[in-house]
Design a protein around this ligand. Structure first.
Ligand SMILES: [Zn+2]
Length: 136
């Protein structure tokens, strides 16, 4: 088994491997292939199956690619698009989990955190300085 692992390491040396974009493509591929098995419309399900195959081959080509500069540039492009969305999702999750505070969205887009159950408070936005009265 060690011999196999060493051979795999040697084979993968200098290749792109699995990066964030590949993970995203795998998830997309799974979603599309599940859709293609759920949708039982002639033509649509075949088209989705084809799309999932294309995605799968794209992932395989990206994993074994030796053109690291291009693969890394693609991954960086993907991450600049995805990271703000991932942060927004993470932030929303954290706000929902926090039962001790109320989150007030300011018109400038900032979230202001106020302790719950303290009555009316005047809130000053730390980002734009706008004042407003909030019930907590
Ligand atoms: Zn503000």
């Amino acid at each position: 088994m060690n011999k196999f692992r060493d051979a795999l390491y040697r084979f993968m040396y200098g290749r792109n491997g699995v990066d964030a974009l590949n993970w995203a493509l795998v998830i997309l591929e799974l979603a599309v292939s599940i859709l293609s098995s759920i949708i039982r419309v002639q033509g649509v399900s075949q088209a989705l199956y084809f799309v999932s195959m294309v995605l799968m081959f794209t992932v395989l080509i990206r994993i074994f690619s030796r053109n690291l500069a291009r693969r890394q540039a693609e991954n960086a492009k993907f991450l600049t698009w995805w990271t703000p969305k991932a942060n927004a999702i993470r932030g929303a999750k954290a706000r929902r989990a926090d039962k001790a505070h109320k989150y007030v969205r300011c018109s400038c887009g900032a979230y202001c955190r106020v302790p719950k159950n303290i009555g009316k408070v005047e809130l000053t936005c730390p980002k734009c300085g706008k004042k407003r009265v909030v019930k907590t």
